[in-house]
Design a protein around this ligand. Structure first.
Ligand SMILES: Nc1nc2c(ncn2[C@@H]2O[C@H](COP(=O)(O)OP(=O)(O)OP(=O)(O)O)[C@@H](O)[C@H]2O)c(=O)[nH]1
Ligand SMILES: [Mg+2]
Length: 315
């Protein structure tokens, strides 16, 4: 401990942390699309960070959510939902990103829907076969179940599928059993000093978060097909006095999609932009002036090079 305290003086560290008693580690949140992984991350963090929607395949990138307390720093890693159908390069990127999160973590949270098991859940189980890391089974959306009696046989079935270190039924959306989950998670983290400063909640830039918020509003505003064919690029991100000026472009695959995103008389795009701005102002705690354009860039989602240039490169 003395060594660490001295290190804190001379090694650039600012916190005097009692490492002999401090726990810090990485926790991967994995599961098929739409089970509530990002909702769980946001509610563990106590603020919105990762985008969520009713549609599967909302999350496309890994994103860290860092929860720092007196004696523990849990670094949660939200991941894209793993899925079997891989029609395009972007789907392969998402699956790779999710799988890569299983490496070098101290704990895995395998999130499933409390009542619905699908072939994609089996796919996640297969990927978990290759990990030596403890896996906790998180049974989410328990609030959707009226009769508790149906839960027990389902749990029994799940327990036959593999060994889980713990099974935790919860509701990410309603916040039920989340403190209990965090408590259990903390017990699995190794003794180590915190890796991030106490104010840091993520590894992602404001630029990244701004693009994601716009994508979330599109996912929520548009019908079923289009959101998967589009991405958002931040062209410019500037702090002007106390206001952020942000210019963004929504890239779609085809002309017809551009018309749908813009909507009658530009109404759809206006709604998307307004909703995104409101969220950004909360996230950045500042006024935001947001301008959003729509452009056609055919083939971006199935072109490895285009994907890289659009930020889908590093896993
Ligand atoms: N009723 C209920 N709905 C939930 C709960 N947790 C999440 N949801 C809803 O489930 C949907 C999917 O949530 P997300 O958090 O986006 O799911 P995800 O697993 O991150 O999905 P991908 O990013 O596509 O892999 C959203 O409509 C959430 O509001 C819960 O505890 N109860
Ligand atoms: Mg998600």
């Amino acid at each position: 401990m003395t060594e660490q305290l001295i290190e804190n003086f001379f090694g650039g560290g600012t916190q005097a942390v009692d490492v002999s008693n401090y726990r810090c580690g990485f926790v991967a949140i994995v599961g098929r699309p739409n089970v509530g992984k990002s909702t769980l991350l946001n509610h563990l963090l106590g603020q919105k960070l990762s985008i969520t929607s009713r549609k599967p395949q909302t999350t496309r990138h890994k994103i860290l959510g860092i929860v720092t307390q007196d004696k523990v720093q849990a670094i949660y890693v939200d991941t894209p939902g793993m899925h079997k159908r891989e029609p395009r390069a972007i789907n392969r990127y998402m699956n790779k990103a999710a799988q890569s999160a299983l490496k070098d973590v101290d704990l895995v949270l395998f999130v499933v829907d409390a009542m619905k098991w699908t072939p994609d859940d089996d796919l996640v189980l297969e990927k978990l076969e290759h990990t030596d890391t403890p896996v906790l089974l998180v049974l989410n959306k328990v609030d959707t179940i009226d009769d508790k009696a149906v839960l027990l046989p389902y749990l029994e079935e799940l327990n036959k599928k593999r060994h889980f270190s713990e099974v935790i039924p919860l509701s990410a959306l309603r916040g039920h059993n989340l403190p209990q989950l965090h408590e259990v998670v903390s017990r699995y983290l190794p003794f180590a000093p915190p890796l991030y400063g106490e104010d840091q909640i993520t590894d992602r830039s404001q630029r990244f978060l701004a693009a994601e918020v716009i994508r979330e509003k599109i996912m929520r505003q548009l019908g079923d097909e289009i959101p998967y064919d589009l991405t958002v690029q931040i062209e410019s991100f500037k702090l002007d006095g106390r206001m952020y000026r942000i210019d963004a472009t929504i890239l779609v695959e085809r002309d017809g999609q551009k018309a749908i995103v813009i909507g009658e008389g530009g109404q759809k795009l206006k709604t998307i932009g307004q909703a995104a701005r409101v969220d950004m102002e909360k996230m950045f705690d500042s006024k935001v002036m947001l301008t959003v354009w729509v452009k056609v860039k055919g083939g971006w989602s199935d072109d490895e090079r285009a994907l890289k240039s659009l930020g889908y490169g590093d896993i």
